[in-house]
Design a binder for this molecule. Sequence first.
Ligand SMILES: NC(=O)c1ccc[n+]([C@@H]2O[C@H](COP(=O)([O-])OP(=O)(O)OC[C@H]3O[C@@H](n4cnc5c(N)ncnc54)[C@H](OP(=O)(O)O)[C@@H]3O)[C@@H](O)[C@H]2O)c1
Length: 285
Amino acid sequence: MASRRLLATNHSPLAKRSTMNKKIAIIGGGNLGTAIAEGLLNSGFTQPEHILITKRNIKTLLPLEQRGVLISDNNVEAVRFADLVILAVKPFQVDDILSKLKAMLNPERHVLVSVITGITISHMLQAVGKKLSVIRAMPNTAIAIQQSMTCLASHEATGEQIAYIEDLFNQLGKVAWIDEKLMDAATVLGACGTAYAMRYIRANIQGGIEIGFDAATASLIAAQTVKGAAELLLQKKTHPEQEIDKVTTPKGCTIAGLNEMEHQGFSSSLIKGIVASYDKIAKDS
Ligand SMILES: NC(=O)c1ccc[n+]([C@@H]2O[C@H](COP(=O)([O-])OP(=O)(O)OC[C@H]3O[C@@H](n4cnc5c(N)ncnc54)[C@H](OP(=O)(O)O)[C@@H]3O)[C@@H](O)[C@H]2O)c1
């Protein structure tokens, strides 16, 4: 099927500030693929007609098409269109898809970016059977609101390609370049980390209800307080303990609560949970 495009020009006004004219194919327009497309549109990084997103059932891509993005169920056509190819399918689909795309992938033109969990750069290079600039990315679900933490690892990418990819993911949150051998650790701390944080917030909500708040108010207070705490660290670049010192009056209620949490194994349980997630990846791979 040929890609379709509406003539409507309801582009973000911010699109005009984009200086990049690279064309981007997103193979796999599911949760992550569409979140990437939406983030790039919302930030104005890319013009809508410079994004082509694919999946087999394109019905769910209609909202993106209405914003001017090209949609298709033809991956070969997408690779022909693009300079940058973002793979956002499930791990078990990658070999089949790359086997059909390898003839089209041109090392002189294409950069392959994969957000697929657990699929190594060497696995992808083997699947395409040629030298190619490949970048592995590990974002998290906050990419849907352009607040992801995305860890990136590169292979054979030029300085210009690296700068472009960093710029792209910076539109979707924050970026850290890491050695590929740390990708499993990045999966745990960055991607599973969202779930750990949610559970921490949920416990705060439960405690908040027990001490008198209704659920909605407790949720707002808990979530905004955690967001503010995180912003303090990100903006002031302080250590958590420096911020804790500001809240803990001698003989006060904060230190009484914190110490009780530690007696109950708070930090230890978090560290053990992180290591258990990491060990699980190692065991299953
Ligand atoms: N979600 C996260 O927070 C997160 C974080 C980090 C990494 N990841 C990784 O990102 C990848 C995607 O995750 P997701 O949550 O977005 O999964 P998802 O929602 O299932 O998206 C995968 C999409 O791929 C499409 N697809 C399947 N076969 C295809 C083909 N041959 N050609 C083109 N598209 C095809 C599917 O749509 P059709 O069935 O219509 O084709 C589906 O919409 C996974 O490998 C995951 O490990 C996800």
